[in-house]
Structures are given as structure tokens and as C-alpha cells.
Design a protein around this ligand. Structure first.
Ligand code: ME8
Length: 520
């Protein structure tokens, strides 16, 4: 079925009526950095993102705003979700909406297939449902309400009362896949990451799975169940299918076999849907399970998970308007160990901008280019016989490229960046000890000066290639100033040190200029 020839990576499809905040942007950036890195290795890469548009929550908000749910979704996709991708510079290959015909039609094919194969039966659902989560809840998922909800049982995530449903529904025989899932987790230890998430999922599945209600009949905003149009498909069952309907399932077999399976990057809140329900659905359909499901941690603001309901949401452009999209991308990938929770603060962001991007990387680039302009009329010198200090820089270029490349395969984005930063620091240290400005004063040191400048130009170009997936704008500017060949985003990243370029540099404005405005 799958030829495994591509690197297909996805973000969750976000609920269209939420306001995009830095949590959503964080997931987008992580998936985008991974996609850009793989693309820069020359792999056939496909990044999918999109919006989740069916279900009761969206129907209710649209009605409250006096428009149809489709009009509501159209408006938000154009005014909020697609602009988010521009704000943080996402280079996605596709954008799927669950109201796309390609999704609705092929999701129905999938459902019909499961029905015909005997995986679906008619039953009665009686129990709790949280419209905020769009999730059926067990009594153990609820907590005692506070404030206006004192005395009631509320959803632990949304702190609002759950609804009691009593509906005739269609059920997916998920329970029959318990053993197959456990065997799959066992056979494929990297299927669920990080390790803590894997352990949690395994112990959950070991308790035995229940069957899953996969249709609703009390409202009609959704995909119609193909054999019974008085039901719509449960919104999560519908949403998970986006990953295959966007990849050609049911309509383009060649594309589907090239792309599927995918690596899913999700927040840990929705890990179980992706690591339990989704592979069970695929097993039932006889399709390959995902390559990997990675559940990243929460962004915390003031110690709380950032979400709209907690009123701590920060719009991504509050950050990018001041610092630019490169800084947003760099900061969240560098400051948070991917997979762990991480606290956001304006102070930390400003401090890292100043010390790492402006002083560490930006200043290095400006100094090197300025010295080549000043001492060599902009011509990049060929350099003479290297000394140990020069060879050491070369060795570091090779070492950090390999370390970062291997970290990307483990989805350890922060480790990849930390490795690349060793080169930033070593280049800065090398300039300090080699003192090219002192060499420039003595004509006898001309060859040595040229060797030093040659070495730092080479190192800087390697940095441009390695940082291109994370800071695409700054590195494109730097690449142009270095006279690099073609686009930096096409330069072979797993052999970054072999980059090629022209013979001259051109002047470079500060990559990360001083920011005067007070923020926060
Ligand atoms: O769950 N920190 O959509 P959603 C980090 N439509 N990431 C965060 C975050 C935070 N504080 N808050 C949100 C849905 N996220 C479904 C998905 S997929 C088939 C259907 C990110 O709009 C994180 O990726 O509620 C999380 O998993 C996702 O937004 C939830 O987005």
C-alpha cells in the first residue's frame, strides 16, 4: 500500500471558531521546521494543516452570530486561520477544511467501507458529552464545579457543565482492536512519543477499550452517515479522516500510496484521539497506521495552560509585529524542549532575542561581511594553509550538521538548534582569538588574514543552511549577502558544510536589529 517514499507531516486541524493563539502557532511552527528540514534534505515532503469545521460547538457559535455554519467557517478561515500561516511563515503544501467536498465524499467512502466490513453497529448512547471538547465523557473525567457551577459536575478542561445525551447512535467496534493496538505499540516503540506519552497511552489501552459512538442525530451540521442521512458523523471521527482525505484516499491512489502514512504532530491534549482511536480506525479499514504520533507539551503563560477559556491567549502577531516571524519561530523551538511544557514570558523572549539572535548570530554575520568588505573589497578570499584553529571550525561545521540532522530524526528540535548554536559560539570565539583586525594592520599577515576570513565565511554559510528551516527570512538575506548559489532553502542541509557560492559578499543590514519598543 505505502511505498514510504515521502515525508508526510501534519498538524491538528484547528477548531475554526477559536481565535488563533500562540499555542496553535507553536504546533504549526514545529511541523513546519521539520518539513522544511526534510525538504532541504531533498526528500519528497508534504506538510498538511487545516481547519475542523463541523460539530455542535461551531453550529452554536454560527447561530449565535446569525450566519450559517458554512458562512461562519468561510469567514474565519480567510480572516484568522490562513493569515496565521503567513504570520509565522508556514510553508504548507495543502490546507484541508472538513467542509471540502474532497473530504466529505471520501470520509463517507471510508465510513461505508467500515460499515460493509461489519465494524459498525446501531446502539444507544447514554452518558455525558462536553461540547467544548466535542468528546464523550466518563464520570471519572468530571470534577466538581466552582462559582456559578457549584454543585454541578463540570468538564475538567473547560470548567463548564457537560450535557447528558441519550441518543440512538452508530458505534464503531473499537474494543475489538485493543490487542492489535497493544501489539502495534510493542512492535513499534517510537510510534507514540515522547516516552511519557507512550506509557500513558499504553496503560490506558491496557484497561480495555470501549466501543465508540460515531454518529449524532440531534443536530445536522456534519457529514451525513452514508446509509442513514438522519445521522451526522461524530466530529472527531470526521476530523481524523482529514489526514487521508487530503492525501488522496478514495480518489487518487497514486498520491495516497506516495504520501501515506504520516507523522502527526499534536498537542498532548489530543494524543489519545491520534494514538488510539485513529490507528484503530485505520486497522479496521486495512490501512497502514501513522508513522508516528508526537504529543508536544503545553505553552504556559503565568503558569497556566494558555487557552481562550482561561483568558490568557496571546495572538501570534503580538510577538511577530515587534520581533518578526523568525524570532517567534526560533524562540519557541529553542527555549522549550519539544515534548515538555514550556512557559512563555516576554522577558525571556526579549533576552534570547538580544543575546542569541542579535548579539550571537546577527552580529557575527554583520561583522564577518563587514570585514570582507573592508579588508578584501568584498572579495571572498581563497585562504592559505589552514592551522589547527581553522580545521577545528571545519570539524565543528561537520559535527553539528550531523548532530542536528540526527536530532531532527528524533523530533528533538531544541537539540538540533542547540547543536547549531555551538557553531555560532565557536565562530564568535574564533574571531575573538584570531583578531582579524590586528592581522589586517600588518601586510606580513595578509595570508593569515585571508585564511581567517575564508574560514568564517565558510562557517557563516553553513549556519545559513542549517538555520534556514527555523529562520527562513534572515537566512535568505544572509545567503544573498554571501553570494550563495540558488536559494538557501534548496541547499543540501545534511551536508550543509559543502555549500557553494560566488566570489563576493554584498553589504548586509542587521539581521536582528535593536528593538527599542517596550513590550509586554
Ligand atoms: O483539538 N500549548 O482543535 P483545537 C500548546 N479540532 N499547544 C496548544 C495550546 C497550548 N496552550 N493550545 C492549543 C482540536 N494548542 C481538534 C483537532 S485533529 C484531527 C482535530 C494546539 O483547535 C495543540 O496542537 O482545540 C493542540 O493539540 C491543538 O492546538 C488543539 O487545537
Amino acid at each position: 500500500m505505502s511505498d514510504g517514499s515521502s515525508f508526510y507531516i501534519t498538524t491538528p486541524i484547528f477548531y475554526v471558531n477559536d481565535v488563533p493563539h500562540i499555542g496553535h502557532a507553536y504546533t504549526e511552527v514545529a511541523a513546519d521546521v521539520l518539513a522544511r528540514w526534510h525538504r532541504q534534505r531533498g526528500e519528497d515532503t508534504w506538510l498538511l494543516t487545516g481547519t475542523d469545521e463541523h460539530g455542535q460547538k461551531i453550529l452554536r457559535t454560527a447561530t449565535a452570530n446569525g450566519v450559517t455554519p458554512k458562512e461562519w467557517a468561510d469567514r474565519l478561515v480567510e480572516t484568522a486561520w490562513k493569515p496565521l500561516l503567513k504570520t509565522v511563515d508556514i510553508r504548507n503544501d495543502d490546507f484541508i477544511r472538513t467542509t471540502d467536498v474532497r473530504h466529505e465524499e471520501n470520509a463517507q467512502k471510508f465510513l461505508q467501507h467500515l460499515f460493509d466490513a461489519g465494524h459498525i453497529y446501531t446502539g444507544e448512547y447514554e452518558g455525558f458529552y462536553c461540547v467544548g471538547c466535542e468528546e464523550y465523557k466518563q464520570p471519572g473525567d468530571l470534577v466538581a464545579g466552582a462559582g456559578e457551577y457549584t454543585g454541578q459536575q463540570v468538564c475538567a478542561i473547560h470548567s463548564i457543565p457537560v450535557e447528558l445525551l441519550h441518543e440512538k447512535n452508530y458505534f464503531f467496534r473499537m474494543s475489538t482492536f485493543t490487542d492489535q493496538l497493544l501489539a502495534m505499540y510493542e512492535a513499534n516503540p517510537t510510534f507514540i512519543q515522547p516516552e511519557s506519552a507512550r506509557n500513558e497511552v499504553i496503560s490506558f489501552v491496557k484497561q480495555g477499550l470501549s466501543d465508540l459512538s460515531i454518529s449524532r442525530s440531534s443536530f445536522d451540521w456534519g457529514i451525513k452517515v452514508p446509509w442513514d442521512d438522519s445521522h451526522v458523523v461524530y466530529v472527531w471521527f470526521d476530523a481524523l479522516l482529514n489526514y487521508i482525505t487530503a492525501a488522496g484516499y478514495g480518489q487518487d491512489d497514486e498520491k495516497f500510496s506516495r504520501l501515506w502514512p504520516a507523522t502527526h504532530i499534536v498537542g498532548k491534549d489530543i494524543l489519545r484521539f491520534h494514538a488510539v482511536i485513529w490507528p484503530a480506525m485505520l486497522l479496521a479499514a486495512g490501512l497502514p497506521v501513522p508513522t508516528q504520533v508526537f504529543g508536544h507539551g503545553w505553552l504556559l503563560v503565568g503558569g497556566e495552560k494558555m487557552s481562550k477559556s482561561k483568558l490568557t491567549g496571546i495572538a501570534p502577531n503580538q510577538i511577530t509585529d515587534v520581533f518578526g516571524s523568525d524570532t517567534f519561530r526560533y524562540y519557541f523551538m529553542r527555549a522549550i524542549s519539544f515534548g515538555q511544557d514550556g512557559s512563555f514570558s516576554w522577558e525571556d523572549l526579549s533576552a534570547r532575542y538580544q543575546s542569541e539572535l542579535a548579539n550571537g548570530f546577527g552580529n557575527l554575520a554583520s561583522r564577518v561581511i563587514a570585514m570582507v568588505v573592508r579588508y578584501c573589497d568584498g572579495e571572498i578570499p581563497a585562504g592559505g594553509t589552514p592551522r589547527d584553529a581553522d580545521t577545528a571550525i571545519r570539524d565543528t561545521e561537520i559535527r553539528v550538521t550531523k548532530t542536528a540532522d540526527a536530532a531532527i530524526d528524533r523530533l528533538a528540535l531544541h537539540e538540533a538548534l542547540a547543536a547549531v548554536w555551538e557553531l555560532v559560539d565557536e565562530l564568535n570565539g574564533y574571531i575573538t582569538t584570531q583578531e582579524p583586525w590586528a592581522l589586517a594592520k600588518n601586510p606580513d599577515d595578509r595570508e593569515r588574514l585571508e585564511t581567517v576570513l575564508h574560514t568564517v565565511v565558510r562557517g557563516l554559510g553553513t549556519l545559513a543552511v542549517l538555520l534556514s528551516p527555523v529562520t527562513p527570512q534572515a537566512t535568505a538575506t544572509l545567503w544573498a549577502a554571501l553570494g550563495g548559489t540558488g536559494d538557501v532553502q534548496d541547499a543540501q542541509i545534511d551536508r550543509a558544510w559543502e555549500w557553494t557560492g560566488g566570489s563576493h559578499v554584498s553589504p548586509l543590514a542587521a539581521l536582528f536589529p535593536r528593538i527599542e519598543a517596550a513590550v509586554g
